[in-house]
Design a protein around this ligand. Structure first.
Ligand code: ADP
Ligand code: MG
Length: 570
């Protein structure tokens, strides 16, 4: 009877957790501290998976890639001011890459922040986050948490996916309210990412342009991978017979060994195609903005573009057939219009591609067999290529300069969403965050192929990997530095050049410090043995792979973006 009359209470902490769980969000990536320490604890007590990192940027990158892999917003939880700023880098990167995530940060008291009276970790976080994400919300009353979380989810995953910021001031968490009223305030978001059906006229236009092509090409981007319309994508490619090129994170949407893949003839097809169908790929710097030398004679191309974001059309060049809608719906509409009878592209075109592809692959093959020690990139990547071929369900995380550019070309992918890399910004530092989330979200083995410099940005998270005993195998391509390990200080001073690291470092010892497996290898044979062992055992492993410090080129494939002085003083 006592219990009947006593009102049951809930509070801000519990409402945040209940709101997430109600929407099937069951994992939080974060770094604990004031004022969200208890939120993490309580979330774990309530059955959520709470993965604590050593730095917020990596927790944020984990949340972002969880969003890419699952189509649900990944959650990153940080403390105020500096923790928030660290997480914000990942939120901005997620937004740029069209990955859905929600950064939830604790913040200081509004009254004090707004009067700039110098609170603990004072910062107007909402204002700072706003320009760097899709939407930003602050919650002042516990009764509004349900609506705020619902808005955040919808904003993150609907239309073009991206990052959302949720600002939760410290006082909110301990605000108490009636439990039943609290439960009633929660919202389960119905149809958070509604299908967006393309207009029939736009479909017809696209098909007419496509049919007029003599040298058609499909480019698959990571939007196509995100959409999880894998069967439709495959049907479009195979029923049209059109050669395709996958962008980096779209590799494996169809196996890279697919006869229609023109990946190994990329420069030829970009230059010579007359009609290009973009599927969830932007004509940004990664595609030379759709113009210039890469794309052949000016005016020689017609672009058809499938994208959920109407403003993406004509961003760089004219799109003659914009097809605005979600990829699944757009491709289904195209397939309906093709009606099972589509003319095969001219053999002259497909034969030319085939010949170029075979020539390029034949040129590459012997390099991949190199058994040189210290290893060069090709020898080492040749070994890893075989590993992924034999373990196609493993997830490959990849960052670096040469390590990235060469791995992208050399390591074939066989299944969708198995290659996670530096994305739209081409940044370093995503490695360990992506690796952790890939393991947590999929339960599959993860192989992280890292340049030694790239690894350094998130290297401390090896402790996180060991702590959660994740099946992650990290291979550090150790060539003693950035681009190469041979640069010298031309002033003759005592400091080493700004691009080189401690020579002959043993990154494998870092892993051993936390109870993981460390291996030091100097040949491709040793490398493949060590990786296979790691993947069989599922134990956290770091392999220090010694790469010739002379190997590699400045800035990898994008040296043209790295200005160099022509009036260097002697
Ligand atoms: P890549 O780097 O692989 O070329 P981008 O990130 O440049 O890929 O492009 C991805 C594109 O996919 C973005 O323009 C985004 O708006 C679009 N996109 C993401 N999800 C969907 C979806 N479900 N349907 C349609 N377009 C999508
Ligand atoms: Mg290096």
């Amino acid at each position: 009877a006592e219990a009947d009359t006593q009102r049951e209470l809930t509070d801000g902490f519990h409402l945040v957790i209940d709101a997430l769980k109600l929407n099937d969000i069951n994992t939080i990536y974060g770094v604990p501290g004031i004022p969200i320490t208890d939120l993490g604890r309580l979330a774990q007590a309530e059955g959520m998976r709470v993965i604590s990192f050593r730095h917020e940027q990596h927790a944020g990158n984990a949340a972002a890639i969880a969003g890419f892999l699952t189509k649900k917003p990944g959650i990153c939880l940080t403390v105020s001011a500096p923790g928030f700023l660290n997480g914000l880098t990942a939120l901005a990167n997620a937004t740029t890459n069209c990955f859905p995530m929600i950064l939830i940060s604790g913040s200081s008291e509004r009254e004090i922040v707004d009067l700039q009276q110098g609170d603990y970790e004072e910062m107007d976080q909402l204002a700072i986050a706003k320009p760097l994400c899709k939407a930003a919300f602050r919650v002042l009353h516990a009764a509004d948490i349900g609506i705020a979380v619902a808005r955040a989810i919808r904003a993150a995953v609907s239309g073009r996916p991206g990052g959302v910021y949720l600002d939760l001031p410290a006082k909110l968490f301990s605000q108490v309210m009636d439990a039943q009223a609290g439960a009633n305030s929660l919202v389960k978001v119905i149809d958070p990412a509604p299908a967006q059906i393309p207009a029939p006229a736009a479909v017809k236009r696209a098909l007419e342009v496509l049919k007029s092509a003599k040298r058609p090409l499909i480019i698959l981007g990571k939007g196509a991978a995100y959409a999880q319309a894998d069967d439709a994508v495959r049907a479009l490619v195979e029923q049209s017979g059109i050669p395709y090129v996958p962008m980096s994170m779209a590799k494996g949407l169809l196996p890279d060994t697919h006869p229609q893949s023109a990946g190994a003839a990329r420069s030829l097809v970009l230059k010579d195609a007359d009609v290009v169908l973009l599927v969830g790929a932007r004509l940004n710097w990664l595609l030379s903005h759709g113009k210039g030398k890469t794309w052949g004679a000016p005016g020689s191309k017609k672009f058809i573009q499938i994208d959920i974001e109407p403003k993406e059309m004509d961003s760089n060049v004219e799109i003659v057939a914009p097809l605005v809608g979600d990829i699944g719906s757009c491709i289904t509409a195209l397939l309906d219009g093709m009606d099972g009878k589509w003319p095969t592209p001219p053999a002259e075109w497909t034969d030319t591609i085939k010949a170029r592809k075979e020539a390029n692959l034949a040129k590459m093959a012997p390099k991949l067999m190199s058994n040189a020690s210290p290893m060069n990139f090709h020898g080492a990547l040749g070994a890893l290529r075989t590993v992924i071929k034999e373990r196609p369900d493993a997830i490959l995380v990849n960052e670096g300069a040469n390590t990235l550019d060469l791995a992208r070309g050399i390591i074939d992918m066989y299944q969708p969403r198995k290659r996670l890399d530096v994305g739209t910004w081409g940044i370093m530092g995503i490695g360990m965050g992506f690796a952790v989330a890939a393991a947590v979200e999929t339960g599959k083995p993860v192989l992280a192929v890292e340049g030694d410099s790239a690894f350094g940005f998130s290297g401390m998270e090896v402790e996180t990997i060991c702590r959660y005993n994740l099946p992650v195998c990290i291979v550090v391509f150790n060539n003693n530095g950035i681009y190469r390990g041979t640069d010298v200080n031309s002033s003759g001073g005592a400091d080493v050049a700004p691009t080189v690291f401690v020579k002959d470092s043993r990154y494998d010892k870092m892993m051993e410090a936390f109870g993981g497996v460390g291996v030091h290898v100097t040949t491709p044979d040793e490398l493949s043995r060590a990786v296979n062992e790691a993947m069989d055992s599922g134990r956290p492993t770091l392999i220090n792979a010694v790469i010739d410090p002379e190997a590699g080129s400045e800035s990898g494939n994008i040296g043209s973006l790295n200005p160099q002085s022509s009036i260097r003083k002697k």
